[in-house]
Design a protein around this ligand. Sequence first.
Ligand code: ZN
Length: 135
Amino acid sequence: MKKHITRSCGHSREYNIIKKGAERYLRSTPCPVCSRADELKQAAGFERLNSLPLLHGSEKQIQWATLIRCRIINEFNIMAKKIQPHQRRTPKAVAFFALADRARRCTSAAAWIDRAEFRVNAETINAILSKGQPA
Ligand SMILES: [Zn+2]
């Protein structure tokens, strides 16, 4: 059933409602354009807070890479917090912090996009550190 729906951001258009509950979901959430703008605004705040350098690439690449980089750097931050002060000088921790630092300094939007599926977790970090290779 086609229905004209106003999203939570105030934008409206006609939607083809098939699933039950879809209309309520659409009314309670922003449209994709506003949703992306919100994400980019939050990402800009995260970048400032983390003193991340400007990315290089096309405007479209930079927008996409910004969101990927924020997610990955946030995951590095979460993992870094789990390392206790007395563990910070172990070779593994030193290698981890060097890797996180290299990630922070990466300004290539294309390089971030290439890592869109990368997840910072014990498994991926151990795999990188055991190879001694760049992520
Ligand atoms: Zn909108």
